[in-house]
Design a protein around this ligand. Structure first.
Ligand code: GLA
Length: 370
């Protein structure tokens, strides 16, 4: 029997895969993600109080919080994401109505495909609608990012939340993370985006991500720029001797990656996939050697992919330290690619990878059924 009443509404928000532009968003730089056809669904109905009852289908667990409780804080629990979003909305002055929320996520967790942004954006969309509020999507993206920064404790940039709201089917989103202006670039239909999951999970809130941010901030300070987005390679070289070697390499990654994203945007517009793929390979190398956020499993997955005919580009995607690679593969090579990469990976690591053949999807929206 359905327990839904007439005020029940359903929202969904996608995860994402980033084609190029890694660890540039929190440096005010450029990124090129795609919203994926993996979603988190949030079913919401009002409660006549100021509480949230949240049930997670994935964890088969319900929690209840009182939004008047001034001591709500991170617990290291799945509920930190939806509760964090509610707390940040309230702190920003949006008065929420009590709600019963049911959440179901199909984005693999801890795989670099932004299950966190998907749950944040799905929850935010549901809570905002349930409260009769109207919040502009850019502002909503910022609030979701703030929930992750301030409540969950991961100092992530804006990329994931933004593309989860603004992504479009068949398009890649080239975003300027400073101005939040963006362009939607067509993805050619003779290639598929294949995601290979190493099945090694990462933990973003872990210190390595925040440490990278601090190193970038130190670099920007030394170079006397607002953010690394404003620095050039020439400037960096001039100051090389004064910078710790590791900070120098972090800065070099960010500066060269920003240039790669803009060049990749031009390549995509011209339909030049060979060039695009070459930039993906360079991005991976730079993340591996200069930024040091890859892993043996990610490197192996990329090497295996690069050996296969019909693969334009392969690189790690997302925060790193595990998670997934993204691959641009000609349509007719998809089956061969999936079989060979899976086999090669399992042979070496003894881990069975998951391979997802994906499509670029639309950003968050209200739907009639979950
Ligand atoms: C995570 C963060 C993003 C971004 C990427 C790296 O996905 O959520 O903001 O920094 O890592 O590009």
């Amino acid at each position: 029997m359905s327990t839904q009443n007439s005020e029940t509404r359903i929202f969904r928000a996608p995860g994402r895969v980033n084609l190029i532009g890694e660890h540039t968003d929190y440096n005010d730089g450029f990124v090129m993600p795609v919203a994926l056809d993996f979603f988190t669904w949030a079913t919401v109905s009002p409660l006549e109080n100021h509480k949230l009852q949240i049930f997670s289908e994935n964890f088969n667990e319900e929690i209840e919080v009182d939004l008047d409780d001034q001591n709500l804080a991170r617990r290291g629990h799945w509920s930190d994401y939806p509760v964090g979003v509610a707390v940040v909305l309230e702190r920003a002055g949006y008065r929420l109505r009590g709600a019963k929320l049911r959440i179901r996520g199909e984005v693999p967790i801890g795989s670099g495909l932004s299950s966190s942004a998907a749950i944040e954006v799905a929850t935010a969309s549901a809570l905002v609608a349930n409260s009769g509020l109207n919040i502009e999507a850019r502002e909503l993206a910022r609030l979701c990012q703030r929930a992750e920064n301030e409540f969950v404790g991961a100092r992530v940039g804006i990329m994931d939340q933004f593309v989860s709201l603004f992504g479009k089917a068949h398009k890649a989103l080239l975003l300027d993370c400073r101005s939040l202006e963006f362009e939607l670039l067509p993805l050619p239909d003779n290639v598929r985006l294949i995601i290979c999951n190493t099945m090694v999970k990462h933990e973003l809130a872990s210190s390595a991500y925040n440490e990278r941010r601090e190193q970038c901030e130190a670099g920007a300070k030394y170079l006397n720029v607002t953010a690394l987005r404003d620095a050039t390679l020439e400037q960096l070289e001039q100051h090389r001797s004064g910078l710790p070697e590791v900070v120098y390499r972090r800065c070099r990654h960010v500066i060269t990656e920003n240039t790669r994203v803009l060049t990749a945007g031009e390549a995509l517009e011209q339909g030049d996939l060979d060039h695009f793929g070459k930039l993906m390979a360079e991005s991976h190398q730079s993340l591996r050697d200069d930024y040091e956020v890859s892993s043996e499993e990610l490197d192996l997955m990329v090497e295996l992919a690069q050996k296969i005919d019909g693969v334009y580009g392969a690189r790690m995607t997302g925060g790193g330290f595990g998670g997934c690679t993204v691959n641009l593969v000609r349509n007719e090579k998809v089956d061969e690619f999936s079989a060979r990469v899976a086999e090669g990976y399992e042979q070496v690591t003894k881990i069975k990878p998951e391979i997802y053949i994906t499509t670029a999807a639309d950003g968050a929206e209200e739907v009639s059924h979950g």
